[in-house]
Design a binder for this molecule. Structure first.
Ligand code: URA
Length: 192
């Protein structure tokens, strides 16, 4: 209950954010969705066109593929928390360092409210964020995707499992099978 009201308060705060210029292009802030007590927490890059229109994360083509990947791990959208490093529409699908620095405080707080035990950064920007936040050095994503790393968060021990961003498979078909394999492997981790 407390977590819920903290999250709702934060959602309102993000809705009024003008810390960087991205607010000018947003139709809706894409705060994130999922249960407040989710143990699995997914982090993307930032909203695309569809997400901006509807205010929900991962509802475009990459989102469809993500739903398929979640199913391979035996998971559904309803049981995981999904958000992104950036909360406002990224017209060119890129965020600057300054924009990330302005926005990441919100992701910090979402994590501290939800206190997940498994964090899955999707793609390089989320991986970089997780690396800095939890003080874990990672090799490049092509080397470490699908692998499990133990780390310490302020709320306890966590597991970090870096994955390629689902959109990467839409741009490069060869990655589709790699992603499917990685997410299938996740099934045994989340069952524990
Ligand atoms: N890609 C992301 O990284 N986040 C979204 O919310 C949608 C697409």
């Amino acid at each position: 209950m407390q977590a819920d009201s903290d999250l709702e308060g934060l959602r309102k705060e993000v809705g009024n954010c003008k810390r960087c210029s991205l607010w000018k292009n947003r139709k809706n802030v894409v705060f994130g969705e999922g249960p407040e007590n989710a143990s699995i927490f997914l982090i993307g890059l930032g909203p695309g066109r569809n997400e901006n229109l509807f205010g929900k994360p991962f509802i475009g083509a990459a989102g469809k593929f993500l739903n398929h990947l979640l199913a391979l791990a035996g998971l559904s959208r309803k049981e995981v928390y999904i958000t992104s490093v950036m909360k406002c529409y990224l017209p060119k699908n890129k965020a600057t360092k300054e924009q990330i620095n302005a926005c990441k405080r919100y992701l910090d707080r979402q994590l501290e409210i939800i206190k997940p035990s498994i964090i899955i950064p999707l793609g390089n920007v989320a991986l970089q964020y997780v690396s800095e936040k939890f003080n874990v050095g990672f090799d490049r994503i092509s080397k470490i995707h699908g692998k499990l790393f133990n780390a310490k968060a302020s709320w306890g021990e966590i597991k970090i499992i870096p994955m390629y961003h689902p959109a990467a498979a839409l741009r490069n078909g060869a990655l589709r099978k790699t992603l499917e394999k990685d997410w299938k492997k996740l099934r045994s981790v989340v069952l524990k």
